[in-house]
Structures are given as C-alpha cells and as structure tokens.
Design a protein around this ligand. Sequence first.
Ligand code: PMP
Length: 413
Amino acid sequence: PSILSDLPELPLAESFALTEAYNLDTFPEKVNLGQGVYRDEECQSWVLPSVRSAEEFLHQQHLNHEYLPIPGAAPFIKEAQNLVFGPQLAQKENIRSVQTVAGTGANHLAALFCARYLRPKNVFISDPTWDNHQLIWETAGPGIERKLYPYYDPSTRSLHFDGMTAELENSAEENDVVILHACAHNPTGIDPTQTQWKKIAEIVAKKRLFVVFDSAYQGFASGDPDADAWAIRYFYSTFFGDASLSTSAIPAGMIVCQSFSKNFGLYGERIGALHLITPPSVSPWGAYTHLVRLIRSEISCPSLFGARCVHTILTDLDLRSKWIEDVKTMASRIQSVRTSLKSELENIGAQGDWDYIERQIGMFSYTGLSKIQVHRLKQVHHIYMLENGRMSLSGLNGNNVAYVARAIKDVVD
Ligand code: PMP
C-alpha cells in the first residue's frame, strides 16, 4: 500500500462548499450570504463599468500574450504602489514590490519569504480572521507557531483592544510576524480607530515585530481608497519614511499584501501585489531578489490580463474617476443594505440590539448568530452563511431583505 493511502478526505473550504450547496438548492427564495463577492440589487455578478471600458480598450489594442518578467508588469506595479501608499510616499527605494496571484498569492508569498529568510518564532493572527490565514501559514510556514491575538469582544460587539495589545505586549518576541487587516476586517467588519492604530504601531515598533498588512478591501470599505489606506500609510511614514530614525525605534520590517479582487471586481483574474518595506539596516534589493527567486519557483511569472486592466484604469484620468464612482457604488449599496436589514429586524421586533449591523464596515456583518442558528437558517430557510455567523451583505437586496430578517427573527426568538 502507498503511504498516500492513509490520507483522509478533507472537506472543501467552507465558503466554496456553501456556494456549491446553494447552487444545488432548488428552493426559489434561497439566499447566498456565504462567499465574499459583490452582487448588485438584482443579485447578479457586477462587472464594474470602469473595468468594462478597460476591457474594450485592451481588446482594441490587439496585444500579444508573451511572458511577463518574473516580478510582474512594471507599469502595473508602479500604479499598485501609488494606490496603496499615495503618490507622495510611493516609489521610494525601501519599498520593493512584485505582482502576485491576487491577495491569496501575496499572503502566501509573504509567508514563504518570512519562513525562509526572517525565520520568526511566531505569527500572530487575529481571532477571528479570514480562515485562509491559518492554512497559508500552516502550509507555507511550517515550524512557525500560529498564535491568535484577541480581536473581537462579543459582549460589546467591538474591538477587543486591550486583549489585542496585551497579547502582543506579553507574548510577541522580536522578529515575530503580526498580521493586521488594513481595513474592513474580515469577518468582523470592525477596524481600530486612528488612535488605536497609533498605539498598535507603538507596540509593534517597541517590540520590533514584522508587520504583514493584509489589504483586500481598499476603496471597497469606505468608498475612498485613500481613507482605507490610512493605517498602512501611517505605519510607513512613521517608521520607514525617514531613514534617519534609529533602527531600535522601528518594526523589523513590513509587507503589504494587496488584492484587486473586490475593489476592481476582478475575482477570477487573480491580480494582486506584494510590497516589501525594509528597515535601513537591510538592503531592499537583496531582499527583493529573494522574493523574485521564490516567484520563479512558484509561478515563474504572473499573468497578464488583470495587470493590464488595473494599469489601464489607474493611468487614465477618465477611467480612474469612473472607477472611484464604481467603488462608491459598491460601498454605498452595502451601507444601504446594512440600514435596511437593521430597520427590518427592528420593525418586526426581532429580539436583540441590531445597531451593530450599521456600525460594522466592509462586505460582512459578524452577526453573533450561533452555529445552531446558522444551521437552522440553512436547513429551514435556505439562507447560507458561514458557521461563525459571518454574513456577506452583498447577497442582500430589496427583494430578499425582509425574508432574511424574518428568518433571523425565527432563529433568535
Ligand atoms: N485577505 C482577506 C482578509 C480577504 O478577505 C481576502 C478575500 N476573501 C483575501 C485576502 C484574498 O482574496 P483574493 O485572493 O481573492 O484576492
């Protein structure tokens, strides 16, 4: 018998399994609140008008399909940097960037790079988080201990700030990695305030931790890409923007994992970037060449279409302002869905305080519904959401919000 005969069958990742189950469900009023993908008011997939225009433009160019360089398309990478850091901070020598296979690929490359070259003892992951963080660090960073830091306080439905900072203060060691969600924390929809970010930055610098910012919702969260990048820009300009700062006062380094899946609606095109920020004691080019080597072994070089599309939009004044309108459209529809779900629940007298639905930000609502309640929503009402109570709000619209509110009332009352 082969050694592989002992491998047990593993379940499919939850959000993908939910979509499969939803697709097979024949109930007419079924609702998919599982996967984090944007849907319009008619519950349809939405190609951003700015992306449609870019597609048409690119089609007319009759472009070729040659390989990209190993680190990706330089013009795209430059714009990706500008979008994250803003034109004043971007294009600095100590920011070295590469194109990645979406946000997942950026997170994976970050884990590979850290495991191989930084060699931290621990990686600190928020509790709860996007479930793939655990899997990525398990597969790409064997030997690195995955530790959870408290993030969500169910009693107040807000950030567990004291728990988070105490855990980093007490348990993190120099060079340990801490993963921070840049905005629209998945799954809680709760972000630190600017004052709290400053305190987190202070701890990260004092303890000389290595920060991995996961930025999967820039623009999608608030409708303003600059506002959503505030935390990243604050960390960069405070610690790495001025080379004269003494190395003992700054973090061990920083990586930003950037996804264009949600904010450009380019989910299946798999387009993203990784930005590595090195402290003054480290050669940015040395570190960069090691990233490039990892890319060569993993994918040889990244793919073309998403990079062309994002670059076209960000460098054309008209398309860029069209795109800003598009992210505002998505952010404001989600916000209005928050308001209508909350009002529906209040109007029908569902037990509980539903204000939190409007306070949270981004694609999700972290409902606090129990596993049993979530299961009942699926079995009885054909409403699909993650077991941890995370609901993707984009699946809601004017036609189904009353149905979903009644179903929630049924399971909580
Ligand atoms: N990080 C977080 C926090 C996410 O929510 C997501 C998308 N669900 C990603 C990264 C990666 O998404 P993608 O690989 O599709 O760009």
